[in-house]
Design a protein around this ligand. Sequence first.
Ligand code: 4NP
Length: 153
Amino acid sequence: MRILFVCLGNICRSPMAEAIMRKLVNERGLSAEYEIDSAGLIGYHEGEGSDPRMKAHAWRHGYHLTHISRPIREIDFDLFDLIVSMDDSNWDRLHRLAPTLEAEAKIVRMTDYCQTHTIDHVPDPYYGGEQGFENVIEILEDACAGLLDSLQA
Ligand code: 4NP
């Protein structure tokens, strides 16, 4: 199973989701079965590491963010089985980029996999305060566990 997490800048939410999912998959002994990556809808931060605020919060929760930001490419719709969007804007833009109906069918919403949160998007922490980054980690831990459960079911 190949999973691509997608957000706007690929420096906060999607690299965080990637790190959480990779840790979960490793903990469950499933790393040989999963390929996990992330990408952004804009190339503005291409080549940069994750946001230092996201990295600092991640570190406190036991995650090491090493991803380098990159924009999504059309080929990603072929290379991945599941394209996971963080909010409605991501969702709309992914649908416009998807080259085929088959590609569109791969797009899912991260929050649809939440088991303890009743929310419809992962809020963008970029222009907010420190609590926003904590909130992102809490939501993504819930959603990634739910996603892995649903894939293994
Ligand atoms: P992300 O957060 O989509 O979670 O990586 C953002 C990062 C950068 C920008 C917006 C959101 N930006 O406008 O540069």
